[in-house]
Write a protein that binds this ligand. Structure first.
Ligand SMILES: [Zn+2]
Length: 183
């Protein structure tokens, strides 16, 4: 067993930087916190899993809701999902923030969007990755720019898309630009 596996016993299918630790948050469950500083664009995690279809995800998600929540659409109707129905990989522990310090680059790689200080919670903007109206939830990130409700509709907001240029999943980027072309 190496040091990473000791630090992250719930490593199922992803790589997660050893420069973070799990902690209980107030009101948001478990989160990941920087145990060392990060420079901008530093590697934070590489996601893995198994590929399942929309139908398979619907079936599994009806019994194991957390699997549906953590699945990432990597092509329309195809999702990267956990290899386990009952355990959560530590790299799936990122909480949402409307002002995130970690972002998705391509399909699987998470990088620091800016310099991160020791002790900061590592967060991603869920709507840059995948979210749909039927999974909408109220945000409690507490940031000044908090959007309140997350339902995927923000991809129609040109300012938001511009601010997140380079940090949108390929599927979300395609949906965002398609929504502008509808006008
Ligand atoms: Zn928020």
């Amino acid at each position: 067993m190496n040091i990473e596996q000791k630090s992250f016993p719930n490593r199922l299918h992803s790589w997660l930087t050893p420069k973070c630790e799990r902690r209980q948050t107030i009101g948001k469950g478990i989160g990941l916190f920087a145990s060392a500083a990060f420079v901008r664009n530093e590697l934070v995690a590489v996601w893995g899993g198994i590929i399942i279809t929309n139908e398979e995800l619907a079936q599994v998600g009806s019994v194991f809701p957390h699997v549906k929540t953590n699945a990432i659409e990597i092509y329309p109707s195809f999702f990267l999902s956990s290899v386990s129905l009952t355990s959560i990989d530590d790299a799936e522990r990122f909480n949402h923030s409307c002002d995130p310090n970690v972002g998705l680059k391509g399909h699987l790689v998470l990088l620091a969007r800016r310099a991160i200080q020791i002790g900061e919670e590592l967060t991603i903007d869920y709507e840059t990755i995948s979210i749909s109206v039927d999974e909408s939830f109220s945000c409690r990130c507490g940031q000044p720019n908090c959007r309140g409700k997350l339902d995927g509709s923000i991809i129609r907001n040109a300012n938001w898309v511009n601010n997140n240029r380079g940090w949108l999943s390929p599927v979300i980027a395609d949906q965002a630009f398609a929504s502008f072309n509808e006008v």
